[in-house]
Design a protein around this ligand. Structure first.
Ligand code: GDP
Length: 339
């Protein structure tokens, strides 16, 4: 039986990967600083109690080493991160401690305890930040635009360095935005689908968002963790873009989410005065506020996952509208269970 250690296992990706590895017969160990607040994800996937506690914090080298010695994992997946771009502008140093130096602690502990352990790092499209090209693959230059992106850039290169200099099996997944019903409500997609469900059920009047014209390459997280697992099954480690290859605006996401709950939206006004109005009743369901705008946002990023398709046989399958509907349906069901 293979053993895997997943840091950040109560976040969206950690939970889906735990589920995938358990279904493949792995013994799964998890570490997560969110405590019980992330347990709902494992509960929803029906795997609560099946992931063993690894008792480690990536801020502390000695307990990472103790955990590796005790568990003797074959694979380590790192999702432990301060993962909010906006928060990273307020907490740049903590972001670096966790996202950058934390990865070095993990790699160094693996090197010392058992360098044959295979390592996956959750790298990100935020590395590209501002880019001259319409689509990015593994060879594009990096230019991050937030403390989050900069911290992840260090993490990316230290992973490459342990692969090159220490001959370790260490891989980066350069992940474009990936969403699901398990996404936290701090992210715009889940913020919208949770609000749409509450509006449908009469529990909320409207939702307020930031820049409606921001674009993202949004895929389905459940499929992305399969790509991550495939990276660690290759004879040679490497870096791979995982992306849908298509972008959509926040506005399109809002429209699709309301439509999935039976509302047709019409847009009225411009800029901060713009409103999304229910075409049937004229009621304002979507408002815009400066509070949710970014100090600096990344350019439009679209991923080219050709390498992952050719080498890993990985392709994204769930289309944008289907993904939005999956998320809205899950949020509606949660409210129905509560009522
Ligand atoms: P990110 O790509 O990791 O920053 O993921 P987010 O889901 O937080 O943000 C995606 C995009 O949505 C960014 O360009 C935001 O500026 C934009 N956005 C627009 N309105 C909102 C909002 O109300 N909340 C968040 N989080 N993002 C918003």
């Amino acid at each position: 039986m293979k053993k895997a250690l997943i840091t950040g296992n109560r976040g969206q990706d950690g939970a889906y990967l735990s589920q995938l590895l358990l279904s493949k017969g792995y013994e799964v160990y998890g570490a997560d600083r969110t405590g019980d607040s992330g347990l709902w994800r494992l509960r929803e996937l029906g795997i609560e109690g099946r992931v063993k506690d690894a008792f480690l914090d990536i801020l502390e080298l000695t307990n990472i080493m103790d955990a590796l010695e005790r568990i003797q994992p074959d694979e380590v997946y790192n999702f432990a991160a301060q993962s909010f771009v906006k928060t990273s502008f307020d907490q740049p140093i903590l972001t670096a401690e966790i996202n950058a130096v934390g990865v070095t602690r993990l790699l160094e502990a693996i090197r010392k305890v058992q360098p044959k352990i295979r390592f996956f790092q959750a790298s990100t499209a935020e590395l590209f930040g501002s880019t001259g090209s319409a689509q990015q693959n593994e060879t594009n230059p990096f230019h991050p635009k937030s403390p989050y992106g900069v911290s992840k850039l260090y993490a990316h290169w230290i992973t490459v360095n342990y692969r090159d200099a220490r001959a370790m099996h260490a891989s980066n997944g350069i992940l474009y935005n990936h969403e699901s019903p398990l996404r936290g409500e701090e992210f715009v997609t889940r913020k919208i689908t949770a609000a749409v469900a509450r509006i449908r059920k009469g529990l909320q009047e409207s939702v307020t968002v930031g820049n409606l014209d921001s674009r993202r390459d949004w895929g389905y997280a459940k499929e992305y963790v399969e790509g991550m697992w495939l990276m660690l099954q290759q004879p040679v480690a490497g870096d791979y873009v995982l992306a849908s290859g298509k972008t959509h605006t926040v506005r399109e996401f809002v429209e699709a989410a309301f439509l999935a709950a039976g509302f047709r939206l019409e847009w009225r006004g411009k800029g901060l005065e713009e409103k999304g109005v229910d075409a049937a009743t004229g009621k304002a369901l979507v408002e815009v506020s400066k509070d949710f705008y970014r100090a600096l946002d990344v350019d439009v990023l679209t991923g080219d996952a050709t390498k992952a398709r050719e080498k890993l046989g990985w392709t994204p399958k769930t289309e944008f509208k289907e993904l939005v509907a999956i998320m809205v349906d899950a949020d509606l069901k949660r409210l129905e269970v509560k009522q």
